[in-house]
Write a protein that binds this ligand. Structure first.
Ligand code: NAD
Ligand code: WQD
Length: 354
């Protein structure tokens, strides 16, 4: 298949592009590099031994987007492009609605124009909001509690309405739990800009000595050790879930929703301990106030994906931490200043035009 991947230079996108290339698919990436670097794709290409086409375009640029679809005529789209910082979405909600919702509308128009109606969308367990009925199952009522989460909820609803209106559409809403880890090569991984919002990259930066200590948000939750529990999922398992969903959509029309999680929760202290054990480094931490908006515990029921997609997460916490640590050690400042050496002419052009 020819798969167009929006946001393919980002964290989850780059790991998925690599698996698509490894499976023999043709891949075109559309990314504006607002939260990524083309260096990730240079490394993906070198790992795969073949190249994805990389286009530096913003989804908000309808004209250019339409042109890319006309040029590439993809069979399917995997849509990762989006802004994802919950706190920033509260202070700049319009930026989030514009980028995530308008960006998706533009994408759908560009797809329709070339009769491409197969779409895998990056949704999030955040659409379950403060639901306390665990484990979270796809039929749990949606109730997002911040603008970022509501962009995901609105997009899910929009996609369901679209599929209901026209049986030619095949759509997957994939609700990720907490993606972590990195490719086993240590060459690609998550490269957060500034202070990481999420636990794992923060802990990794403490272990490598870039930050002093982990602030544990709340030690008095009704959980086994009092700290928050989440369903961490290895990014390689997540990427594999996208390929499984694509395969399913080739044979089934309509909108479908799957949780992608392991079904098992780990506490903040368990994550810190695993990191200290794997890295052999001290990971100092301090328990501080709860972070507003956090729930005590959340983990997936991932049975639907197992039964319908034949997919299940294979990696446990130890493996997630080992891979994350290898990436962090080898790339202490992420992708760093971009090294144009080894880029294809196309990549280099994109780069110089930035
Ligand atoms: P990421 O920021 O690493 O990747 C997103 C990519 O999209 C980046 O390369 C960015 O440059 C690009 N992008 C953003 N806006 C764009 C636009 N308007 N036009 C073109 N490109 C644009 O994030 P990620 O962690 O890989 O997440 C991918 C998707 O999965 C996002 O939609 C995110 O909301 C969703 N998600 C992420 C998590 C998580 O914790 N990482 C959890 C659930 C869902
Ligand atoms: C995990 C646990 C924190 C940082 C977020 C988004 C969600 C989804 C995934 C995109 C919690 C605790 C964290 C720290 C801490 N993203 N923590 N100290 O909040 O489950 O989910 O990312 O869709 O929408 O909300 O993940 O990694 O931020 O937190 O103690 O410095 O770690 O309280 O219990 P979260 P997280």
């Amino acid at each position: 298949m020819h798969v167009l991947v929006t946001g393919g230079a980002g964290y989850i996108g780059s790991h998925t592009v690599l698996q698509l290339l490894e499976e023999g698919h043709e891949v075109s990436i559309v990314d504006n590099f607002s939260n990524s670097s083309p260096e990730s794709i240079r490394r993906v290409n070198s790992l795969a031994g073949r190249s994805a086409h990389l286009r530096s375009v913003d989804l908000l640029n309808q004209q250019e987007l339409t042109k890319i679809f006309a040029d590439t005529q993809p069979d399917a789209v995997i849509h990762f492009a989006g802004l994802k910082a919950v706190g920033e979405s509260v202070s700049e909600p319009l930026k989030y609605y514009r980028n995530n919702v308008t960006g998706t509308l533009n994408l759908l128009d560009a797809m329709e124009a070339v009769d491409c109606r197969t779409l895998v969308f990056s949704s999030s367990a955040t659409v379950y909001g403060e639901s306390t009925a665990l484990p979270l199952i796809e039929s749990t009522p949606r109730n997002a509690t911040n603008p970022y989460g509501r962009t995901k909820l609105h997009i899910e609803e929009m996609l369901e309405e679209l599929a209901a209106s026209d049986p030619r559409w095949s759509i997957a809403n994939l609700r990720y739990f907490n993606p972590v880890g990195a490719h086993t090569s240590g060459l690609i991984g998550e490269d957060p800009q500034g202070t990481p919002n999420n636990l794992m990259p923060y802990v990794a930066q403490v272990a490598i000595g870039r930050r002093e200590k982990v602030h544990v948000f709340g030690g008095d939750y009704p959980t086994a050790d009092g700290t928050g529990v989440r369903d961490y999922i290895h990014v390689l398992d997540l990427a594999a879930g996208h390929l499984a969903a694509l395969k399913y959509l080739r044979e089934s029309a309509g909108a479908h929703t799957w949780n992608l999680g392991t079904g098992t929760g780990s506490s903040v202290l368990e994550v810190i301990e695993a990191f200290a054990r794997v890295s052999g480094k001290e990971v100092p931490y301090k328990i501080v106030e709860r972070r507003s908006g956090d729930v005590a515990e959340n983990y997936a029921n991932a049975e639907k994906a197992r039964l319908e997609l034949g997919w299940k997460a294979e990696h446990g916490l130890e493996q997630m931490v080992e891979d994350m640590w290898r990436w962090q050690k080898g790339n202490p400042t992420g992708f760093g200043p971009i090294d144009a050496f080894g880029m294809t002419d196309e990549e280099l052009d994109i780069f110089l035009n930035r």
